[in-house]
Design a protein around this ligand. Structure first.
Ligand code: ADP
Length: 311
């Protein structure tokens, strides 16, 4: 009987419950974080200092929370980190590479470290990883000489050694040019079909381009979560814009609660969240994920109270 292709697609589940972490200096980096993720791209969006890396490192079993639980399929990640590690890929914000070691040699080194001892299997996997990350023609070059985008793709190749089921990617596109970013996005999208991918970023576009589900983290707290479309729906009919000259911005900011400020053809476009028109000169707009993000940072209770969010 022919194999059923649908049965080969594994579904995975990551459940994070009430995760909290306070560092010894008193900073509460995670505050009762609760999230549920399945296969696909999940975006964790938040400003610098929100607690994203703390959560990513905790998921990567590199540090312990103070309380809470993390379950991946039937594995209790905090109680049995050794059981999750073979299923885990982690691309940290920055990773060092040895100078003068080629991409192929570095992959071989880490493949051996991770226990891939069968040489033909190892060679096949490394060939595949170099091909999907578009690095085959650069495999003999030292990784230390790679461009930012090539390094990030190499990082993904490293993180994918051993076919992880949970891939943790921390702030991957900062510093990449648009073409490199695009290529990186396509790669992640392909990987996420059979893997839980959690992508932490402060770049709204990374989430709007890629993620089917997302959460906004601010000061250690999840302030909103859902699909980008659901989140945009929450601000529908409540967004207004006014385009002004640069010298007018200060006065308007004193009068109105601006959620975001964009530069459009040399002028300033100011966005406001309010249940009714804030006044003359403001036009209703549909809003996008960037509006949602800034509105949630400014009004953490945006989902529970409409009136409080009004300007
Ligand atoms: P993000 O990745 O969103 O920028 P982090 O998780 O790196 O956020 O940091 C969250 C907060 O915890 C910040 O205020 C940061 O300064 C603090 N922090 C991070 N790591 C440590 C640490 N090892 N010791 C003390 N404070 C830390």
């Amino acid at each position: 009987m022919a194999p059923n292709p649908f049965l080969t697609m594994e579904s995975n589940m990551l459940t994070i419950n009430n995760l909290s972490k306070t560092y010894s200096n008193g900073v509460k980096a995670l505050n009762q974080v609760t999230l549920s993720l399945s296969n696909g791209m999940f975006g964790l969006l938040g400003p610098n200092g929100a607690g994203k890396s703390t959560l990513m490192r905790t998921l990567a079993t590199l540090q312990q929370p103070d309380s809470g639980s993390i379950q991946f399929n039937d594995i209790d990640l905090l109680a049995a980190p050794q059981n999750i590690r073979p299923l885990l890929g982690y691309l940290p914000q920055e990773f060092g590479v040895y100078p003068n070691v080629s991409a192929q040699d570095l992959l071989t080194h880490f493949a051996l470290l991770s226990g891939l001892s069968d040489s033909s299997q190892r060679r096949r996997q490394i060939e595949t990883l170099l091909a999907i990350t578009n690095l085959t023609q650069h495999r003999k070059k030292a990784v230390s000489t790679f461009s930012g985008g090539m390094k990030q793709r190499f990082g993904i190749a490293l993180a994918l050694l051993g076919n992880p089921k949970l891939l943790i990617v921390d702030e991957p596109t900062a510093g990449l040019d648009p073409e490199e970013r695009n290529r990186f996005h396509n790669l992640l999208r392909d990987v996420s079909e059979e893997t839980v991918v959690i992508l932490s970023t402060h770049i709204v576009e990374d989430v709007s381009n890629l993620c089917t589900n997302m959460a906004i983290l601010n000061q250690g707290t999840i302030v909103n979560q859902g699909s980008p479309i659901e989140l945009i729906q929450q601000v529908k009919g409540r967004l207004w814009k006014r385009t002004v000259d640069k010298h007018e911005v200060e006065a308007i900011e004193k009068t109105f609660d601006i959620i975001s400020h964009r530069h459009v053809y040399g002028r300033s476009e100011l966005h406001i969240l309010a249940d009714v028109s804030p006044g003359e000169g403001f036009a209703a707009i549909d809003g996008d994920l960037e509006d949602v993000y800034f509105a949630n940072l400014k009004y953490p209770d945006i989902t529970s109270s409409k009136s409080k969010a009004a300007a």
